[in-house]
Design a protein around this ligand. Structure first.
Ligand code: BES
Ligand code: MN
Ligand code: MN
Length: 461
């Protein structure tokens, strides 16, 4: 690794202006799932393209069927080619009433422990995180006049709502986007002091189900017992999804799932993980997943089935003696390697249909479908990255898994033949997707510094 202390000093001295640019981006409410924010999504894309142009890159906004993409290229130099991917879209801010400040008016909030929080929707996921990379590149160019390797950028605006345009876009631009490796900044650190490269992501199958029984809501005294209750049928369906020891009870669900690779198990065993604290931090004490498997294994390496929402009958104040005719639920499955998302969806639908009485019906709506991805735990780029991270944070960087999903990573493997390196500076308590989302100022500052070191290390890998 070469000496980049001049660039790191420059980052330290100019952090305020780097923060102002992040604030400008957070102020654009680029909520992808709500069509009412489509213009804001385009504005966020245009803001990013202009930002990249202002640091000497060639950048453009590309229209898609959904929200636009941003593609940029650095001027050609010798050395490897990397592609940086990030998403400029954010989750809705709802419920707004639970925010302590305006979600799209970022503020700095000093904390008792000396940390400062950058609070706002997208402060962490993914605007703060992607800007650590952009600002590292800017600092590099400001001091050295050029980047030390070839960088392409791809920003999408539909990650939080299923990345629908991404596969066709990658198909069409595969030649333009080809790279030796893909860099992503959208994951967490191991703990407050320990940076991490994430090498396993779970896949996702989202399903909404609606069960219909009678042709109207009924008086539960006049029709009780005799008329089928849709909420009861939904309850039966939901309770049939899990076994008593925490497994998923759908036939074929575990087909293709293998036990944790001993090499990965060994890496994870070295991580200081406190399973009791993990649960006590969220007000719980009893692990609910498969008996005999650690919490880390449960959230990183085992597939799951979770009810994300359900509704039926009368839920307003007071009481109404009614037999609901309709009941619905949103259910998602997190998948691990070996599971085929299409097969899981079909197995779930078969499982549900078998439980629906003949005079009732069920319909399904699909939300998201992506397989799990795992990345190699060796290789020159990973090694260089771990070394650069360890230097910045003065502690050995971790190789970790995550229970979350970034559906597009698998598409890079399939369509560009490139592996991804997931480097993240998020902290576990960032409240991403929740009210009062924050990014630590130290994540932003040391994240930028880390990428400066990583760029240098990769240029020599
Ligand atoms: N950045 C997250 C994924 C993530 C979360 C990685 C936590 C590591 C730790 C990403 O933006 C996300 O929220 N993904 C969604 C999937 C998407 C299809 C809605 C998820 O994991 O629920
Ligand atoms: Mn994200
Ligand atoms: Mn997200």
């Amino acid at each position: 690794m070469s000496d980049v202390s001049d660039i790191l000093d420059h980052v330290d001295a100019t952090l305020d202006t780097r923060l102002e640019r992040l604030f400008d981006l957070i102020r654009i409410p680029s909520v992808s799932t709500d069509p009412g924010y489509a213009d804001d999504c385009r504005r966020a894309a245009e803001w990013l393209a202009a930002d990249l142009v202002s640091m000497g890159l060639e950048a453009s906004v590309r229209t898609t069927q959904g929200h636009p993409m941003v593609v940029a290229h650095s001027p050609k130099v010798s050395g490897p080619q990397v592609l940086f991917y990030g998403h400029y879209d954010v989750q809705p801010a709802d419920p707004i009433a639970l925010w302590d400040s305006e979600p799209f008016e970022p503020v700095l909030r000093p904390q008792p422990d000396g940390e400062t929080h950058i609070v706002g929707r997208g402060a962490s996921d993914d605007k703060g995180a992607l800007m650590t990379f952009v600002e590292a590149c800017r600092a590099y160019v400001e001091i050295r006049g050029a980047l030390p390797l070839n960088v392409k950028f791809l920003f999408e605006g539909e990650e939080e709502s299923g990345s629908r345009s991404l596969a066709p876009f990658l198909e069409a631009t595969a030649d333009e986007l080809r790279a030796d490796t893909v860099l992503v900044c959208d994951t967490d650190m191991w703990d407050r002091e320990t940076p991490a490269v994430t090498t396993m992501l779970r896949g996702l199958v989202g399903q909404e189900i609606t069960i219909t029984c009678a042709d109207r809501d009924l008086h539960s005294g006049m029709f009780g017992n005799a008329a089928r209750n849709a909420a009861q049928v939904l309850g039966d369906v939901i309770s049939s999804l899990r076994t008593s020891d925490g497994g998923v009870a759908i036939a074929g669900f575990y087909d293709g799932v293998s036990d944790l690779d001993p090499a990965i198990a060994a890496l994870w065993d070295r991580l200081p993980f406190d399973q009791e604290k993990f649960l006590s931090d969220i007000g719980l004490t009893i692990p609910a997943g498969e008996a005999g498997r650690s919490v880390l294994e449960q959230v990183w390496a085992r597939p799951s089935c979770e009810i994300n929402g359900m509704w039926s009958g009368y839920t307003e104040p007071g009481f109404k003696t009614v037999i609901p005719a309709v009941a619905s639920a949103k259910i998602s499955f997190r998948l691990v390697a070996g599971q085929d998302p299409e097969k899981i969806r079909a197995a779930f639908q078969d499982h549900v249909r078998a439980l629906i009485p003949d005079d009732c019906s069920v319909s399904f709506a699909d939300h998201g479908l992506s397989p799990a991805t795992s990345m190699p735990t060796d290789g020159a780029f990973l090694k260089a990255t771990l070394q650069a991270l360890s230097e910045e944070w003065q502690t050995e960087a971790a190789v970790a898994g995550t229970g979350g999903s970034i559906p597009i990573i698998g598409e890079f493997q399939r369509r560009l033949g490139a592996e991804a390196l997931l480097v993240g500076f998020g902290r576990f308590d960032n409240r991403i997707h929740s009210p009062n989302e924050k990014y630590d100022l130290s994540s932003y500052h040391k994240g930028i510094r880390s990428w400066v070191r990583i760029l240098d290390a990769l240029s020599q890998a």
